[in-house]
Design a protein around this ligand. Structure first.
Ligand SMILES: Cc1cc2nc3c(=O)[nH]c(=O)nc-3n(C[C@H](O)[C@H](O)[C@H](O)COP(=O)(O)O)c2cc1C
Length: 358
């Protein structure tokens, strides 16, 4: 029988109950990176809703690497306790949990979407860093060009964050190398104008990501899956391309990366796609899966059971990540399964909402 959206999948030793993943989404609700009751409710309810794998929002590996000042963080040992609460609540409902480790580079320290217009973003006290001193847009802060020591320090912070993530009990680590944030800024020739061994050629621009992947892989147990989220293309002429992504994915596979999470864009201000209706990104997960012979996750504008199921059935990706629909509907997997008479575990407390005979 062909696999479908609700067929369990094993990645290394990890078994997911289905192929539905909650995509990492900033919730702009933390103070100094700490988890609070909002996060427990948010992640816990999506786990109760039947999700196979839940990703946390981008968790900052250092204070100046936050996308917004209200991001979750993993730059202090004290963050572990709260993150463990997220893991525990999700596990209690049968979901597995991944953490997205991130540094926002030149796009750091922005505001929350709901007050971005009256309070424009960045915090002047902290310096922002990037491969080259080029601001994201005219009125954005100019980042400091990273020294070799800064690069070394970022690598160490990814390792430290990974060690904390293990303590918190996460099942999966995802390295965020997409959407125009720090690691993406190294990959793309648009943002990386360095003349040392971290800039210039393709081999040099991917060097930082590869070094981080090697260190993270060496830190986590062999049975634990490692994901990398990339922007498969910059959508800009002369920028990072799908061909670059295929070449990168082949190398990442040899370094022990299990899944390429295929998003796109975000490096250049105003470049497409500038809305979120991006079902066209499926072509990236499909092409990278076939060309690099590696598992992929599709994401972006996947808005129905039929779309999601088609992606799995036709082997266009191994996992389907859903973002905004999960903000509308925490019980999306249960809803999709029930609409097709597919068997799914419903938490005992909620069964009477679905079955008449109990
Ligand atoms: C509120 C919000 C926050 C997001 N935060 C992140 C993030 O922290 N990390 C990330 O990789 N992508 C982030 N994204 C992108 C989503 O993970 C996803 O790729 C995108 O929304 C497209 O999927 P969708 O059409 O199912 O929403 C965010 C999207 C939204 C809507």
């Amino acid at each position: 029988m062909k696999e479908n959206l609700f067929t369990p999948i094993q990645i290394r030793s990890l078994v997911l109950r289905n192929r539905i993943v909650m995509s990492p989404m900033c919730m702009y609700s933390s103070e100094d990176g700490f988890v609070n009751d909002f996060h427990i409710t948010h992640y816990g309810s999506r786990a109760a809703g039947g999700t196979g794998l839940i990703f946390t929002e981008a968790c900052a590996i250092s204070p100046e690497g936050v996308i917004s000042k209200q991001d979750l963080g993993i730059y202090k040992d004290e963050h572990v306790e709260g993150l463990k609460r997220i893991v525990d609540i999700c596990h209690s409902f049968g979901a597995k949990v991944g953490i997205q480790l991130a540094h926002a580079g030149r796009k750091a320290l922005g505001g929350r979407p709901w007050d971005r217009f009256d309070k424009f973003g960045y915090d002047d006290e902290l310096e922002i860093i990037a491969p080259s001193p080029i601001p994201f847009a005219n009125n954005w802060k100019t980042p400091k060009e990273m020294t070799k020591d800064d690069i070394k320090s970022v690598i160490e912070k990814f390792v430290k964050a990974t060690q904390r993530a293990l303590k918190a009990g996460f099942d999966v680590i995802e390295i965020h190398a997409a959407h125009g944030y720090l690691l993406n800024e190294f990959l793309s020739p648009i943002t990386n104008k360095r003349t040392d061994e971290y800039g210039g050629t393709f081999e040099n621009r991917i060097r930082l990501l590869i070094e981080i992947v090697e260190k993270v892989r060496a830190t986590i147990p062999n049975e634990m899956p490692l994901f990398v989220r990339i922007s498969a293309t910059d959508h800009v002429e002369g920028g990072w391309s799908l061909e670059d992504s295929i070449a990168l994915a082949k190398i990442l596979k040899t370094k022990g990366v299990d899944v390429i999470d295929c998003s796109s864009g975000g490096i250049a201000f105003g470049a497409p796609p500038n809305d979120y209706y991006r079902a066209h990104q499926i072509v990236f997960s499909e092409t990278i899966k076939k060309e690099a012979n590696i598992m992929t996750m599709a994401v972006g504008g996947i808005t129905s059971f039929d779309m999601a199921n088609e992606i799995i059935k036709n082997k266009r990706a191994d996992l389907v990540a859903i973002g905004r629909l999960f903000l509308q509907e925490p019980y999306l997997p249960i809803k999709w399964a029930m609409s097709r008479n597919i068997k799914i575990d419903i938490p005992n407390q909620y069964q009477r909402g679905y079955y008449l005979d109990i």
